[in-house]
Design a binder for this molecule. Structure first.
Ligand SMILES: [Zn+2]
Length: 301
């Protein structure tokens, strides 16, 4: 683990975390049906290479390759029995790439279904599943746990509770995916506003809360969303990881067109809005993150 606690460093200065992992794995040969998490074991050099590219781009915080790491998500690949192994390996690979001066976020994505009563999974079952994943991420060397791309605040709360049950000292970050509704409000797919999403997460004990990914948000929208999150944050720190602009579809393929310069300008505005951790989501590359981390360093000095 990094010897300086993440929260302590954040009270001194803003930090930059990394960008997209999935598209980077695909560009190194991951195929459609393949589970990217197996690469933590079979191709650790490739996963570590992606982490290093972000590290060299100036990202002091990197995120483990473990988005679909609950037994529910791994089950789709017939890998439900390998939760501990694949998550521990994810954290170890990230830890090795990060070095002692960087921070590693143990990544936890949605379990992939709805909680009861809409779905079949109870909060207790999900909490147990999240705990198995998170315990392995911490064992592998994660400095903090990132519960990300949440739409249902109840799932976010269960994830935060699971992280708190695993460790009382490892900080918990929760990020939601928002979309813009017709009246121009930001809500998650489940209809939760930015202020309510913040309240659920901080109420469950998350120290850092914000937004990642999202649907149909322009770079301007991420800045407006950041302002709403900061206004509702209280003592919590705010994290925002925008996509590389709003996507465009062409012949069934999705393209994110924002340039590194546009992302850097957005990073400067997010910082001014009070965001404390800035990173990227879909469509972002080490080139985007390099420009963004230069902008964050320039804004501080
Ligand atoms: Zn995304």
């Amino acid at each position: 683990m990094n010897s300086t606690p993440l929260l302590q460093e954040l009270s001194r200065r803003p930090l930059v975390c990394d960008g997209a992992m999935g598209t980077q794995l695909i560009s190194r040969g991951l195929t459609g049906g393949e589970c990217g998490m197996t690469w933590n074991v079979t191709r650790p050099g490739d996963v570590g290479g992606i982490h290093l590219a972000y590290r060299n781009a100036g990202c002091e915080i990197i995120t483990t390759n473990s988005f679909g790491g609950t037994r529910f998500a791994l089950q789709l690949h017939g890998l439900a029995g390998r939760v501990a192994e694949l998550n521990r390996a994810a954290a170890q690979v990230a830890r090795a790439a990060s070095g002692e001066k960087g921070w590693v976020l143990g990544d936890v994505g949605p379990f992939g279904d709805f909680l009861e009563p809409v779905g079949d999974v109870s909060a207790d079952e999900l909490r147990t599943a999240f705990q198995s994943q998170i315990a392995a991420l911490i064992e592998g060397g994660a400095d903090a746990i990132l519960i990300e791309t949440m739409s249902d605040p109840a799932e976010a709360v269960v994830g935060i509770e699971a992280a708190k049950a695993c460790s009382t000292t490892v900080p918990v970050i929760a990020t939601y995916a928002f979309q813009k509704t017709a009246p121009g409000e930001f809500r998650t797919m489940m209809g939760t506003t930015a202020a309510a999403a913040m309240k659920y997460a901080t109420g469950a004990g998350a120290e850092i809360v914000g937004a990642n990914c999202g649907t149909g948000l322009s770079l301007d929208d991420y800045v407006k969303l950041a302002e709403q999150l900061v206004a509702a944050a209280g003592n919590a720190r705010v994290i925002v990881q925008p996509n590389a602009g709003s996507p465009r579809t062409e012949n069934g393929r999705t393209f994110y067109d924002a340039t590194p310069e546009e992302m850097a300008a957005t990073a400067t505005r997010l910082l001014a809005a009070g965001v404390r951790i800035i990173g990227g989501c879909c469509g972002t590359t080490p080139a985007h993150l390099a420009a963004m981390s230069r902008a964050v360093r320039a804004a501080k000095s």
